[in-house]
Design a binder for this molecule. Structure first.
Ligand SMILES: [Zn+2]
Length: 112
């Protein structure tokens, strides 16, 4: 039996963002509003305990919160892409990354 293993790195962070070009029915989104953003990433591994995922989750949370502070027009799509880029910068084999607003709707990015 062949098996593949992925570790899960997840967390949350509060933040503000806006959608400056939101269409008229959703113009309230043009103003800054807050969410509790949640994220989850799946990372391929070969061996047990290749990295410490709790520490990595904290780093991801701080990274995404900092990113949103300086990129307040960010969407869940761009935050999920940033999550994947951050994990790749640590030489990790990220398979996917997702960011949700208030644990409900958001985006998932698959890394080819
Ligand atoms: Zn929003």
């Amino acid at each position: 039996m062949q098996m593949r293993t992925q570790l899960v790195v997840a967390g949350e962070f509060p933040g503000y963002h806006r959608w400056p070009e939101a269409p008229a029915p959703f113009q309230y989104l043009r103003l800054y509003h807050s969410h509790m953003f949640t994220f989850r990433a799946y990372i391929a591994v070969v061996d047990d305990r290749e990295f410490e995922f709790l520490e990595l989750a904290d780093r991801c949370s701080r990274k995404l919160q900092d990113y949103l502070t300086f990129h307040g027009d960010s969407s869940c799509e761009s935050l999920a892409q940033e999550l994947c880029r951050f994990l790749q910068s640590w030489q990790l084999r990220v398979a996917s990354g997702e960011v949700l607003e208030d644990g409900k709707c958001g985006a998932i990015v698959y890394v080819e």
